[in-house]
Design a protein around this ligand. Sequence first.
Ligand code: C6P
Length: 419
Amino acid sequence: MTVKAQTPVITNPSLYDVEAIRKDFPILQTYVHGKPLVYLDNAATSQKPISVIRKAQEYYSTMNSNIHRGVHALSGVSTEAFETARIKIKKFINALGKNEIIFTRGATESINLVAQTFGRSNLNEGDEVIISEMEHHSNIVPWQLICNEKKAKLKVIPINDDGELILEEYEKLLSDRTKIVSVVYCSNSLGTVNPVRKIIKAAHKKGIPVLIDAAQAVNHLHIDVQELDCDFLVFSGHKIYGPTGIGVLYGKVNLLDSMPPYQGGGDMISKVTFEKTTYNELPHKFEAGTPNIAGAIGLGEAIDYVSRIGIGNISLHEKELLDYATEAVQSVPGLKIIGTASEKVSVLSFVLDDVHPHDIGTFLDFEGIAIRTGHHCTQPVMDRFKIPATSRASFAMYNTTEEIDVLVNGLNKIIKVFG
Ligand code: C6P
């Protein structure tokens, strides 16, 4: 079974055809509580195009076999498909080599890997790790764990009232004790796009490596790791229209080479005896055990899909949606946007006077609208703005201004019901 490309390549942004794109996503045709689904929870996970869904089916029906192990034909086919996915990712983020692309379960596991390998072998008592006040818990807790163990300190870049990093404070934090800077590219709860190039340059002046959490960036912005000059970059497949349970750690080859393995097991070894084990070359040194083969191949397919539409075209469309939504919600009495940075991706967090976000989420669900409510795994951000939670609408390549109108109508109904 061969799966054909569904959507033609868009070379001219004015030809962006959102209705054609929507047809590629079967779930968008579903009804929730009798209403057409309006899916605005894309920052939590995006929906999958039919080509990605079919690819998983194609893998299990025509290729299923373990990789890097068998001499039989199927194992050769699945190994080649798996390694082809790695090459697609390498090209997509412009890594220097495919050995710099490590498959993980997702952004969370990628950061834990770096904390437990690079962190464990480089941090000593009194050393420092710099993160920011807007990090997802996945870029806080792994560093806390290793800092506690090594008696190292976590230093935090503060944010201003618009939800932007205060760069002057960052520069003051950089010191001879800083062993790594680990910051988010785009905030999942505020939408802020951080000036990562400046952050990386300032750290590199002092010889400090930088990890970029691109979980909310890779689906919105063009990423070129060589141009960024980041040392590590992480993302999850499921936020870029790919499967869950698969993600990527990019690392510069010299750093990855210098790090000890993360987990022990099959595939990550070169030779095992009871006395001594030597490790496999990159990237396999960091990929112990049977990986999510279908997930990796599905992620490769998702990257093909995004590349056909063009990440630049997706960005433009999402910017239009964000501008439209930012303007439209002004008509909702008592609504306040949390996260008003000058540069944002398509994430709109807000609070409504006297209505708890969970009530907003539940009410909107009955209108067929899916948003996320809560702290979005960024409790320090909620503390910074002195709020318990926000409601968050997040837009993807297939959302429309009509869907934003449905959201705004729903919010106005809430105001009527809750007085
Ligand atoms: N944010 C959200 O609703 P995982 O769970 O490993 O795929 O991704 C973790 C992660 C790391 N960094 C950032 C910036 C993120 O936004 C996320 C996941 C989801 O905002 C789920 S909490």
